[in-house]
Design a protein around this ligand. Structure first.
Ligand code: DAH
Length: 341
């Protein structure tokens, strides 16, 4: 009787192993057949004690044969499944190692750096020296030596980042004029590009940190004509086209007479836009003839020497040249913006 049960079990278990579709299903068949307590074949083994000795040997051989076949079938089915799984993964994760690598991403110069370098090259070609000054300045060079009296609104705590010990973050590049006069003496031609800082609230046209370039020429008989000549050369070189400028009287304590030079807005062509605040003109720079007090304070005799000076925001210049309508983009570090240049 056991013989029949063993053969039946064997064929039904083998059939289930063949049709198993997952490792879990296979494991369930294994437990059902060979589990140590409840496995069907295990239970038959336990019943064998009741058999007559002459039957025991035959049934035992049959049972062992069945167990071996089941075990072998489980193992080979398990291996098949693992192989198939590996094939699926290999197909999915296939990589073509012969494809060229994407290559490193190339950087490039920031638009501000481009403009600064162009200006430096231009002025060097006209005999100017490029000077560098510290971003942390003394109150004397940032204000006093530029004839800016203690009561001038530019000294207002709202505009200036004051540091401990009376020093400050320079509010303009003009203190480098003072350093230039001290260092070079007359006659001199110098420019000084660099970063400046103002304690301002930030919006589309104001930043607390921006770039300026300062220029100064001291020689005999310098007049407004010299100033205009150099300004026109500079603006034409920057914008690669004829630009419309206008000169208005402007007050800066370190020049007399002083001017504001406006550029007709290149973004809207003068019809009015957010960058020119709908006026058609953008204040481009301050300039003028160096005030005698400024020369005198740096040890230059204003009876013998005269000079012109100018200072302009190159951040604004970059905005005009590239048609950028928000100053914050320039220092924002957003690659989607910077990659356009
Ligand atoms: N330092 C001035 C500013 O930051 C700009 C300026 C005006 C510079 C007139 C000059 C100048 O050299 O002559 O607003």
């Amino acid at each position: 009787m056991l013989d029949g049960r063993i053969q039946e079990l064997e064929s039904s278990l083998l059939a289930r192993i063949t049709s198993a579709r997952s490792a879990e299903e296979l494991e369930a068949v294994r437990v059902e057949a060979l589990g140590r307590k409840e496995g069907a074949l295990t239970l038959i083994g336990k019943e064998m004690g009741k058999l007559a000795p002459e039957d025991r040997k035959r049934v035992g051989a049959l049972l062992n044969g069945a167990k071996q076949k089941i075990e072998a079938a489980l193992e080979s089915k398990g291996r098949q499944m693992a192989d198939a799984g590996l094939r699926v993964r290999l197909d999915a994760e296939w990589i073509d190692l012969t494809l060229p690598a994407p290559g490193p991403r190339r950087g490039h110069l920031h638009p501000m750096t481009h403009i600064q370098r162009e200006l430096e090259e231009l002025f060097v070609s006209m005999g100017f020296t490029v000077l560098d000054g510290p971003e942390v300045e003394t109150e004397y060079r940032n204000f006093d030596a530029l004839n800016i009296p203690a009561t001038h609104p530019a000294r207002d705590a709202q505009d200036t980042f004051w540091l401990e010990g009376g020093n400050l973050l320079r509010t303009h590049t003009s203190p480098v004029q003072v350093r230039g006069m001290e260092k070079l003496g007359p006659p001199l031609r110098m420019i000084a590009p660099g970063r400046v800082f103002r304690n301002e609230s930030v919006d589309a046209s104001h930043e607390h940190t921006f770039y300026q370039i300062e220029g100064m020429m001291v020689d005999r008989n310098i007049s407004v004509a010299h100033l205009l000549y150099f300004m026109r050369i500079m603006l034409t070189a920057i914008f690669h086209r004829d630009v419309n400028v206008r000169l208005r009287p402007g007050y800066f304590p370190f020049v007399e007479p002083g001017f504001e030079l406006d550029l007709q807005c290149l973004l809207c062509g003068g019809s009015g836009c957010p960058v020119c605040k709908q006026s058609g003109w953008v204040e481009q720079m301050g300039c003028g003839l160096v005030h005698p007090n400024v020369l005198r304070m740096s040890g230059i005799d204003p009876e013998e020497w005269s000079g012109f000076a100018f200072g302009l925001g190159i951040t604004r210049l970059a905005m005009m040249r590239y048609g950028i309508d928000d100053i914050r983009l320039l220092q924002g570090g957003d690659l989607r913006f910077l990659e356009q240049f």
